[in-house]
Design a protein around this ligand. Structure first.
Ligand code: HEM
Length: 435
């Protein structure tokens, strides 16, 4: 997409990602989480032993993220948490891990080539008889059909009720438009809306599911951190034994839970769901280095020259775990760091330039993640609702977390058991105590 096309689309999308609208989605996220909690309670009663149930939480968090996107973006309940198999879920579930994890040699070559090939050649590659290409094509066909029906339906509803409230992202996109040269409002075409919906889906689904799964595994391995989080959540939201929050809650209460924010920030920092960013220099420039770097011939350089158009690959993990930025315990999961550090006071040379909390997770520049506020609120609510009801531990005695790189994504797995696919092996127990 050219710079001006992208800028226009970004402008059209802004109303769907403004902080007020995103905050209005909090009850939706909480309602979806409450359905997951209800389902886990049911399984605990029917499948649990001695008051505990072992579950691969990754699978459920994927369903939860899917339901939340369904409700907040499309205004649809898939019913995936209750066991219904929606065609969109089947098409996109585990797409990144199934398609890109442990690729064969041809897969590796293609994944790297794809970064350098013009889009028109990629469209030819779509006809190659490769499993990865087949998976992606099938997902595309399914989502196209699904989105088309929804767009048509939404256009009808808005025609019948032009003042309709913006209750999901799709309503905003269908209403969205800009004045053209003739001064009339030009709405987004079905094609544009479809492309946006697909982008939301691909960009927002597995990224949030992976981050929340990593967060739950970290909490399950750190009982003291989990307990502190539970106490904060229960003091603000009340305990699950008090009430189930099935109707959700207002986003403003999240401001009263700084430790929850700290836990999510720390999960983001330690486990960026996208592990590197691909940027393009817009002009010839020189990147200054905060510390000299020894290069292959043994000499030290203090800056790196780049030419206009040159690709620059940035490691998101590298920055998020840099000891220069985060201190000697950069590799430890320690949410407390967020309670004392004021990120706005971090010196400019230690800033990554991203939109949130000096972590690289959401990229940067004109194409930075537009959904970061959405993701943040969603993840805070998912984790708060789960910890409020359940005590988490790891269900496998010799478990070691493995961070599997699948193309640009990082997926939680179990060390030496990659064949099991994405894993968040939790043992859950119900918390009953009243606060
Ligand atoms: C933890 C969750 C998420 C992570 C880690 C993440 C990360 C990213 C990253 C790294 C980029 C590329 C940034 C760049 O090139 O500089 C991106 C772009 C994007 N993300 Fe997210 N994302 C997340 C959640 C979401 C959600 C929930 C949505 C929407 C509902 C979303 C929508 C988008 C869109 C539309 C773009 C393209 C922006 C553009 O090209 O202008 N993301 N995201």
């Amino acid at each position: 997409m050219t710079g001006s096309d992208h800028t226009r689309q970004r402008r059209l999308l802004q109303p769907a990602f403004n902080p007020v609208f995103i905050k209005s989605l909090a009850p939706t996220f909480a309602k979806c989480s409450s359905r997951l909690v209800k389902e886990w309670n049911r399984r605990l009663d029917t499948e649990g032993k001695n008051g505990a149930w072992s579950v691969n939480a990754y699978h459920w968090v994927e369903l939860l993220t899917m339901e939340s996107i369904g409700a907040s973006a499309f205004g649809v309940q898939f019913g995936a948490l209750e066991g219904d198999e929606h065609e969109l879920m089947k098409a996109y579930g585990g797409l990144m891990s199934d398609t890109f994890s442990r690729p064969d040699t041809i897969g590796i070559i293609l994944q790297n080539l794809i970064l350098h090939i013009p889009p028109w050649i990629i469209s030819y590659a779509e006809n190659l008889p490769l499993a990865a290409v087949r998976n992606l094509k099938a997902a595309k066909t399914t989502s196209r059909r699904f989105a088309q029906e929804l767009i048509e339906e939404k256009r009808k509803q808005i025609k019948a009720d032009p003042g309709m409230k913006d209750k999901d992202l799709l309503t905003i996109l269908v209403k969205s438009g800009e004045k053209n040269e003739k001064g009339t409002i030009e709405p987004m075409s079905d094609e544009m809306i479809y492309n946006q919906l697909t982008t939301f889906f691909i960009a927002g689904f597995e990224t949030a599911a992976n981050t929340v799964s990593f967060a739950l595994c970290e909490l399950a391995q750190a009982p003291a951190i989990q307990e502190r989080l539970y106490k904060e959540v229960a003091s603000v939201l009340g305990t699950a034994a008090d009430h189930d929050l099935a109707e959700g809650f207002d986003a403003n209460v999240l401001d009263d839970m700084p430790y929850l924010t700290a836990v999510i920030n720390e999960a983001l920092r330690m486990h960026p769901a996208v592990n590197y960013g691909l940027f393009k220099a817009t002009s010839d420039n020189i990147i200054p280095l905060s510390k000299p770097l020894k290069v292959a011939d043994g000499t030290e350089v203090t800056s790196i020259p780049v030419l206009a158009g040159q690709r620059v690959v940035l490691s998101f993990d590298g920055f998020n775990r840099s000891e220069i930025v985060w201190g000697p315990d950069a590799n430890a999961f320690r949410p407390e760091r967020w309670l004392v550090n004021d990120m706005s006071k971090v010196p400019s040379e230690d800033q990554c330039g991203g939109p949130y909390a000096n972590v690289t997770n959401f990229g940067g520049g004109p194409k930075a993640c537009i959904g970061w506020r959405y993701a943040l609120i969603e993840m805070q609510i998912f984790v708060a609702m789960i910890v409020r009801q359940f005590e988490l531990s790891i269900s496998i005695p010799d478990y070691e977390m493995w961070r599997e790189g699948a193309f640009i994504n990082t997926i939680p797995m179990q060390k030496d058991h990659i064949e099991l696919g994405p894993q968040a092996p939790l043992r859950i127990k119900r918390r009953l105590a009243k606060s």
